[in-house]
Ligand binder design. Structure first.
Ligand code: ATP
Ligand code: MG
Length: 558
């Protein structure tokens, strides 16, 4: 990595200083700790790029740890999906895959250790009662009537909790810290709850489960995480993690908090994503409109574009909103450099070249990518009949219209310069065909002695294959969905437009799902996961330019 592209942020500055000072023997160990209760989204990508990126930069390791402490919401489906997403993003955790559930026995022993030290107690209060006793930001909490139970009684009850003698919610284990602490997280937080629920990995072994706050810090400690990086909302939990670690006298990871990614016109909470999928507002977790990594992959976003985005937005300490166009720009930059070019006509209008032989087919030799010869060349067929885009023709064009019109010339991309001689209509007066003539000296080059400004894309009728094309727009109409009520009320009813009339070059029937092409003049598109050689389906990955910003501003003005 050159120094120009090495990201710099306050966390890397800390890690760098720690390495220089020989802290932890100069070792760097980070981790990405998802809860397997949903698919990963672009916000997770920020955390992945940060944690794996730091490990790479400082010759360290980054663990993938599944924080699977809540059996009710977790599922193996998500574990596989998370692994696949992290790999797809380009990162490798090697041997270092862990599960918080692997530490359940150790955590249980540590809970007993805290009980024996008089630092934890079993509370019979209900959830509501505990909440009511907790106090508020301005008022201290009050002690639970069970707070003074003897160590012996606590130990006995906790073991019986583990043995399954009590019903869900009948008892909890709480840390005995300080009910008057200004930090509510330190007001005797719950460490364990009873949940007679099957765990995706432990089966029915446990009926008590540690709270995230009792599992997270110790999991980091067990794994020797040197820099435990998380989002800002956990800053207030840090004193609690530190308290547990200090009481137990175990290795102390240092936690650093950064601002989570907020992206406009979308939602990232897993609860909401679950809901969008569950209520069929979208077509599964991999719907190309979702900010999930599976969705973005299906949409054709390259992993490199997402890494580029994460680098561009940087890592800071103050919450901010990132405009969706920043992400789209990264996708465009990446695809402009890497995507092979192809031709597709979305809304076809047939053109017949009256002065071109009916049985002639020319194979035009063109580059796969106009600026990158190393990507090779390909041949596209040209014949007497071809399709152009309906809106590349106007019968009565305004002055600045440079495309096709009666009596006017236009250049076919990589092809001839053609002139429109006649417009053919059906019985209802609709234009169904154009009759044109061509200048045979203009194959792949501009005409001599006159200027023809417009260039249009086309596909040969005899070789074109019908395709469906899905045009996506933002999933929500407001930048902050739900800012004024239910976020679902802000869903964009026009977020998906299906074009059933498209015609694509035959070569595109072999396109691999998720690999984007630039459809000349139209934007970037990739074959959808449902595509087939006989019924090709394409997703628009991103438009060529950011036209969205502009239309928004115009609609605000009017
Ligand atoms: P939920 O939506 O249920 O609150 P979560 O997004 O916090 O869940 P986790 O599985 O706990 O989901 O997240 C794993 C890691 O990803 C955490 O370390 C978290 O800090 C990080 N992360 C999650 N969302 C974002 C985000 N929007 N920006 C940056 N990092 C994030
Ligand atoms: Mg979380």
């Amino acid at each position: 990595m050159s120094s120009e592209t090495t990201p710099q942020d306050f966390i890397r500055a800390i890690v760098s200083a720690d390495v220089a000072a020989g802290k932890n023997g100069g070792k760097v160990v980070t981790r990405f700790p998802p809860e397997p209760n949903g698919y990963l989204h672009i916000g997770h990508a920020k955390a992945i790029c940060l944690n794996f990126g730091i490990a790479q930069q400082f010759n360290g390791t980054c663990h993938l740890r599944f924080d699977d402490t809540n059996p009710v919401k977790e599922d193996d489906e998500y574990i596989d999906a998370i692994r696949a997403d992290v790999r797809w993003l380009g990162f490798d955790w090697g041997e270092n895959e862990f599960f918080a559930s692997d530490y359940f026995e150790q955590l249980y022993q540590w809970a007993l250790q805290l009980i024996d030290a008089g630092k934890a107690y079993v509370d019979d209060s209900s959830g509501d009662e505990i909440r009511a006793m907790r106090g508020t930001l301005t008022e201290p909490g009050v002690d639970s009537p069970y707070r003074q139970r003897s160590i012996e009684e606590n130990r006995n009850l906790f073991i019986r909790m583990r043995n399954g003698e009590f019903a869900d919610g009948a008892k909890v284990l709480r840390a005995k810290i300080d009910m008057a602490s200004p930090n509510i997280n330190l007001r005797d937080p719950v460490m364990y709850r009873i949940l007679h629920s099957r765990h995706h990995r432990c089966g029915d072994k446990w009926c008590i489960y540690p709270m995230y706050d009792f599992a997270h810090g110790q999991s980091d400690s067990i794994e020797g995480i040197t820099h435990s990086i998380c989002t800002l909302e956990f800053a207030d939990h840090r004193p609690l993690y530190d308290w547990f670690i200090a009481q137990l006298g175990i290795f102390a990871p240092r936690q650093y908090e950064f601002a989570r990614l907020n992206l406009g016109y979308t939602v990232m909470s897993k609860r909401k994503l679950q809901q969008l999928v569950g209520e069929h507002h979208v077509d599964g977790w991999d719907d190309p409109r979702l900010p999930t990594l599976v969705g973005m992959r299906r949409r054709g976003y390259p992993a490199a574009a997402i890494r580029r985005f994460c680098e561009r937005i940087g890592v800071g300490k103050s919450a901010s909103w990132i405009d969706y166009s920043v992400l789209e720009d990264c996708v465009r930059e990446e695809l402009n450099a890497s995507a092979p070019r192809a031709m597709c006509v979305l809304n076809p209008l047939k053109v017949v070249l009256t002065d071109y032989p009916a049985d002639k087919v020319e194979m035009i030799d063109i580059p796969v990518h106009p600026q990158r010869e190393e990507m090779g060349r390909r041949q596209i067929p040209f014949g007497r009949e071809f399709f152009i885009e309906r809106d590349d023709f106007m019968e009565d064009p305004p002055k600045k219209y440079f495309r096709l019109a009666p009596g006017r010339e236009v250049r076919l991309r990589y092809g001839y310069t053609v002139k429109c001689d006649e417009v053919v209509r059906d019985a209802h007066g609709n234009i169904i065909e154009l009759r044109c003539s061509h200048d045979p000296d203009t194959l792949g080059k501009p005409p001599q002695g006159r200027k023809v400004k417009g260039i249009v894309h086309w596909v040969s009728c005899a070789h074109a294959v019908p395709a469906r094309v899905r045009l996506y727009d933002r999933l929500f109409v407001s930048e902050n969905p739900g800012g004024a009520g239910d976020y679902r009320d802000d869903l964009n009813p026009e977020s998906l437009q299906i074009i059933a009339t498209a015609m694509v070059e035959q070569a595109l029937t072999q396109a691999q799902p998720g690999v984007a092409y630039q459809f000349e003049r139209l934007g970037y598109f990739c074959a959808d996961s449902t595509t087939s050689a006989t019924a090709p389906v394409f997703n628009r990955t991103v438009t060529l330019r950011d036209s969205w910003q502009k239309t928004q501003q115009e609609s605000k003005k009017s």
